[in-house]
Design a protein around this ligand. Structure first.
Ligand code: ADP
Ligand code: 5GP
Length: 206
């Protein structure tokens, strides 16, 4: 029986561990696939084009906006980030579960256009730990780190738009909680209409 894939949105403040937990999820659950976003920010050391992001110019990004290529997009920490629409649609139609790691502005757009999505907000266990993680990662300048930390409280205030909150204390625990959310979501009657209709039809003739 065919069932379209699940769209899972993960957001959270910078340094919460979204990238780390998403990587752990993808390693453990090969049925999941990550949507690779486009961004105008520069690659960090070790980031490969097409793997963590497609790194594009501002002009390219704006051309994509005009062409309606994005499922959602936003300016986050001063740079453009967006989810290419086409890839996500094709994957969902093929029955694959798709992970979007996007900010709260993007999540709001997806929620409006795609209410069947599952929205998960990832938080660090404490403010001190968020600070330790973002400074320990050492991928941004001090000024950029400040900017990211100063937006953390406003981002956390958006949590009520989400269906679930997961604390990233231990990576494997956060990974397994998100996997449990996905499993539970697949058991919703509204995601199993074909099964229910088939079964209803069969029991009528018993
Ligand atoms: P985000 O994608 O949310 O900005 P990252 O995944 O880049 O965050 O994680 C930020 C830093 O914190 C990285 O150096 C990462 O290795 C580390 N980290 C992530 N999760 C944990 C965890 N559960 N415990 C300790 N360190 C973590
Ligand atoms: P980073 O620069 O640390 O990789 O990401 C910065 C922020 O941009 C994070 O909150 C991340 O979730 C968000 N982000 C990454 N890709 C997208 C996207 O395609 N759309 C939106 N709206 N946000 C994104």
């Amino acid at each position: 029986m065919f069932r379209p894939g699940l769209l899972i949105v993960i957001s959270g403040p910078s340094g919460a561990g979204k990238g780390t937990v998403c990587r752990a999820l993808l390693e453990h659950y090969p049925e999941l696939v990550l949507s690779v976003s486009k961004t105008t920010r520069l690659p960090r050391a070790g980031e490969q084009d097409g793997v963590s992001y497609f790194f594009v110019s501002k002009a390219d990004f704006e051309a994509g906006i005009s062409a309606g290529d994005f499922l959602e997009y936003a300016i986050v920490y001063g740079e453009f980030y967006g989810t290419p629409r086409q890839g996500v649609q094709q994957l969902l139609e093929a029955g694959r579960d798709v992970l979007l790691e996007i900010d709260t502005q993007g999540a709001r757009q997806v929620r409006e256009n795609f209410p069947a999505g599952v929205f998960v907000f990832l938080v660090p266990p404490s403010g001190a730990e968020l600070y330790a993680r973002i400074t320990g990662r050492a991928t941004e300048s001090e000024e950029k780190i400040r900017q990211r930390l100063s937006e953390a409280a406003a981002e956390i205030a958006q949590v009520y738009m989400y269906d679930y909150i997961v604390v990233n204390d231990v990576v494997e625990k956060a990974r397994d909680e998100i996997a449990a959310v996905i499993r539970a979501e697949k058991c919703r009657p509204t995601r199993n209409i074909e099964l229910i209709e088939g079964l209803s039809g069969e029991v009528m003739f018993l």
